[in-house]
Ligand binder design. Structure first.
Ligand code: DGL
Length: 274
């Protein structure tokens, strides 16, 4: 692979700040890589939209990231992965994609109580991907689920540790805890930002599973297999884009990814990004 392609960015997208839970892990594991992150905050939350609408957004965002030179696309959103991953791979057959899949497999392998919980959006639970991972990997294990209504909005506002956020989590987790859950899967990329609060509510007996480290490892494997990894030790550049309010996202970056950066603005013009 020529130097030009290895030195183009990894494109990453989500409906909002959730994809940053994947980005920070990519930064940890693959620090040399340049990253181009797009938050579609004009349309957040995706989780209450139809799968076909999320698929249309995902197609246009992918086209945009490719037009900016992205060498691989990380669908850093469980909802968009459920709605569009299969379709994106068919529509852009030459492009490597890495998507999110609810981490039911490790939860089912590790559980002692035989009861695991999944927190994800309504659209993710409706998608075929969720049913297929439960069918394939959760044999003999009870899988409880909750959509944590309102939690994405709380995290978008930076309310990671407020009473309202705790109340949403208590409502989701208390019934699971009563049933004896001992593993809770983050089936939405926004939710890892409230893991400290989830751990407080759930207590030390419950392990929280965030798939972001596994997803970042998979990105590294795919880049290596295709000869696309960026060589060298210098820290890659990160560019942030949003279809929402760039100042608002920029203000949240230090808390969510531990670094300051400017955010550029992008607009939807009917169904095209400009
Ligand atoms: N972060 C997303 C996910 O992983 C979407 C949340 C939303 O926009 O509803 O599902």
């Amino acid at each position: 692979m020529n130097r030009g392609v290895t030195h183009t960015p990894i494109g990453i997208f989500d409906s909002g700040v959730g994809g940053l839970s994947v980005l920070r892990e990519l930064r940890r594991q693959l620090p040399a890589e340049d990253l181009l992150f797009l938050a579609d905050q004009a349309h957040v939350p995706y989780g209450r939209r139809s799968l076909s609408q999320v698929r249309d957004f995902s197609r246009e965002i992918t086209s945009y990231l490719l037009s900016q030179g992205a060498k691989l696309i990380v669908v850093a959103c469980n909802t968009a992965s459920a709605a569009a991953l299969h379709y994106l791979r068919e529509s852009f057959p030459e492009v490597p994609f890495v998507g999110m899949e609810p981490a039911v497999k490790p939860a089912a392998e590790q559980t002692q109580s035989g009861i695991v919980g999944v927190l994800a959006t309504p659209a993710t639970f409706q998608g075929e991907l969720y049913n297929s991972v439960v069918e394939r990997f959760a044999k003999g294990v009870t899988v409880l689920k909750d959509t944590c209504q309102g939690l994405v909005a709380q995290i978008e506002s930076g309310d990671l540790d407020t009473l309202a956020t705790r109340t949403i989590l208590e409502k989701a987790l208390h019934p699971m805890l009563e049933r004896g859950v001992d593993r809770v899967v983050m089936g939405c990329t926004h939710y890892p930002f409230v893991i400290p609060l989830i751990e407080e509510v759930a207590g030390p007996e419950v392990e929280v599973i965030d798939p972001a480290p596994a997803v970042a490892r998979q990105v590294g494997r795919v880049l290596d297999a295709r000869g696309l990894s960026k060589p060298g030790a210098s820290l890659g550049a990160v560019q942030y884009l949003t279809t929402g309010d760039p100042a608002k996202l920029s203000a949240l970056l230090p808390r969510l990814v531990g670094e300051e950066n400017l955010v550029e603005s992008l607009h939807w013009d009917s169904d095209r990004l400009i």
